[in-house]
Design a protein around this ligand. Structure first.
Ligand SMILES: Nc1ncnc2c1ncn2[C@@H]1O[C@H](COP(=O)(O)OP(=O)(O)OP(=O)(O)O)[C@@H](O)[C@H]1O
Ligand SMILES: [Zn+2]
Length: 623
């Protein structure tokens, strides 16, 4: 993310660029070099923010740039911090951080220029509080989802095995133990003793890691498959999977050769821990057989427990975490082998697990240019010419870039308007923890939530809480809603706030007795701003990762509209009436160059879209 602070030279209405702040939490990877032009091979491993600063200063030494190698969600980047900016430019790759910045920009009343790319697709949008839509006014396309039962019981594609390995098995072994996990649910449904299932993933005191790994292996690839096979109904019209036990794949001698950790221990940096390196396997494009996958599985598990033990319980899958990718690849492949699905290389598995759409340097460059153009308009307060610009894969009317005039804020947006949401929930069964995890954090994207019922505080997080308060809120989390100290029942209105984001919204509670397990797996339905959940298919959002900058999936249509969100079509800005002049001629005729900087070397020049033959559309914003 880049934040830029500009100061105006009021007399000549030109921009004197004084100071920039760059925030990025990442370090440079080899895979960034083909498209992130400020970075070189020698920078691999260094902070993106710092190297970007140094690179820019080499050709523009007079400006001030402060780099932050940090997470934009850190508490020091609060509303006061954001208030210092004239404009914020986002180049993030995940929804979570984008929503967070959107809320801070709204709270600080700072314009936001948002951007994203995915392969050939890209977009730049402008968000001005009270004037244009905020980033969250339109629902974003839901991530691809798969029916729970396909993932847990009847996979038919490799991606199903990846989702299982990543979101169920990896999360179960290395993630937050309090998170609900269908690996448990489904297994315990079928098993005779649920205790047995609970225990199997816990490493026993002093248990040898190898033995533990084999126990997990045998449980998920052997025992669970046997249990699933016992349900004859399921397999009537399907190929029966094959249980796989570690003893059938690896003899004891072989596995003892696993885990030659010394090869691996040249550094203590967790990111360099690799099962492939430990086993001398080099090529990520190789497709490993069942035995190699099994060795990687056990080795990766062993390395997590021996080298990264302190992270266990807090890990979420990250496509840039080599050991996590190795574990997930191996687990997905073993499961694929069991279900007769073709195996894949680590390179392919990583792409699927990380939702990687390979970045296109040209798209990134075009979008970067558009960000600057919109930022300049914002700085000049050139409100009439703000554009949401979509870079499309199949150009219509020979136009690669589709400019759309910004819409007014969505009056029912729960983020930038005060419209309350409606939550249908079983208040006698759902716990406050369910509400916090599924609604407040996962759906509303809050980090530091505070929940109030009237003046009664039901839940709060923060560093300044005393022990009694922490204990009190922890106890509340385990209570069902109707038994909270200030009971939450049908008709209650809850206020949920995020103190860091300075964002608050009201939720009307409606008690509902029953939910459809498959269609409404969360056991609660939030509506109001958000579109009602689809009723077709028994879907649950499992796959939620995103790796690139995540452009909206925009397909240009032959006609006047493009789709910017599911079911949301937007009119393109009209090209001037067809009088026989070609677009190119029209553009040339009307081209207006504006020089915004009086340095000779690197003038900033914009093409003024307002004069490019575009006339205002009907849905224009009122300023
Ligand atoms: N919460 C956050 N705080 C700060 N920076 C963030 C945050 N979330 C994402 N980013 C940054 O957003 C940038 C997104 O850039 P990009 O989409 O090119 O991803 P990348 O990680 O560089 O490339 P790839 O995903 O292809 O490996 C990254 O540099 C990442 O560090
Ligand atoms: Zn909004």
């Amino acid at each position: 993310m880049t934040c830029e602070r500009f100061h105006f030279s009021s007399a000549r209405d030109k921009v004197d660029l004084l100071s920039h702040l760059i925030i990025d939490m990442d370090t440079i990877e080899v895979s960034n070099l083909n498209r992130q032009f400020l970075f070189r091979q020698s920078h691999v491993g260094l902070s993106k923010a710092r190297v970007a600063r140094d690179a820019v200063l080499r050709f523009r030494p007079q400006i001030s740039i402060t780099p932050y190698h940090a997470n934009v969600k850190d508490s020091n980047f609060n509303v006061d911090f954001f208030k210092q900016f004239n404009v914020v430019l986002n180049g993030l790759d995940n929804l979570d951080a984008r929503r967070h910045v959107n809320r801070l920009c709204l709270a600080a009343d700072v314009p936001l220029v948002e951007s994203g790319t995915t392969g050939f697709l890209g977009q730049v949008t402008v968000h001005i509080k009270g004037k244009t839509e905020c980033y969250e006014c339109q629902p974003k396309p839901a991530p691809k989802t798969y029916p729970v039962c396909t993932i847990t019981s009847t996979p038919t594609k490799f991606v199903h095995c990846i989702v299982w390995a990543k979101d169920l098995l990896f999360a179960k072994l290395f993630g937050d133990k309090n998170q609900e996990n269908d690996l448990n649910v489904r297994s315990s449904d079928a098993s005779s003793s649920s205790n047995h299932v609970e225990d199997v993933f816990e490493r026993r005191n002093d248990e040898d890691i190898e033995q533990y790994g084999r126990r997990v292996y045998d449980h998920v690839f052997g025992y669970n498959i046997e249990v699933a096979l016992s349900n004859e109904e399921t397999w009537k019209n399907r190929n029966r999977p094959k249980p796989i036990y570690s003893r059938d794949v690896l003899d004891n001698e072989l596995t003892r050769q696993n885990g030659n950790m010394d090869k691996n221990c040249s550094t203590n940096c967790p990111s360099s821990v690799s099962a492939m390196a430990a086993l001398g396997m080099k090529n990520p494009q190789d497709i490993w057989g069942l035995m190699e996958n099994s060795r990687i599985f056990l080795e990766a598990l062993k390395l997590f427990f021996s080298k990264r033990e302190e992270e266990i319980g807090n890990l979420t899958f990250d496509k840039d975490d080599q050991l996590a990718v190795e574990f997930v690849t191996a687990a997905a492949n073993i499961r694929a082998a069991s279900f007769g699905i073709p195996l894949h290389s680590l390179f392919e598995a990583k792409g699927i697990a990380g939702n990687i759409v390979h970045a296109v340097a040209t798209t990134n460059a075009v979008i970067a240019g558009l960000i600057v153009i919109e930022a300049i308009k914002v700085l000049q307060n050139d409100t009439k010419n703000y554009r949401m610009t979509y870079c499309v894969e199949h150009p219509a009317r020979k136009m690669l870039l589709m400019p759309v005039e910004p819409f007014e804020p969505n009056k029912s947006c729960y983020v930038c308007s005060e419209t309350p949401l409606l939550l249908e929930i079983n208040t006698h069964r759902a716990k406050l923890r369910d509400f916090v995890d599924k609604i407040v954090k996962a759906t509303l994207g809050m980090n530091l939530p505070l929940i109030m019922h009237g003046s009664a505080l039901l839940y709060e997080v923060g560093d300044d809480l005393d022990e009694a308060m922490v204990a009190n809120y922890a106890a509340n989390l385990e209570k069902v809603l109707s038994e909270l100290p200030s009971p939450v029942t049908g008709g209650t209105m809850l206020t949920v706030e995020d103190l860091q984001q300075e964002f608050s919204c009201n939720i009307n509670i409606k008690h509902r007795e029953e939910f459809d397990e498959e269609k409404e797996p969360d056991g609660m339905v939030l509506s109001g701003w958000a579109p009602p959940p689809t009723v077709e298919g028994a879907n649950k959002t499992i796959d939620n990762a995103g790796s690139t900058s995540e452009a909206l999936p925009v397909e240009a249509e032959k006609s006047e509209e493009i789709e910017t969100a599911p079911g949301k079509k937007r009119k393109l800005i009209e090209v001037s009436k067809n009088d026989g002049t070609s677009n190119a001629e029209e553009i040339k005729k009307n081209e207006k160059l504006q020089v915004l900087d009086d340095d000779d070397d690197d003038d900033l020049v914009i093409l003024d879209g307002g004069d490019l033959g575009f006339s205002p559309s009907k849905k224009k914003c009122q300023w």
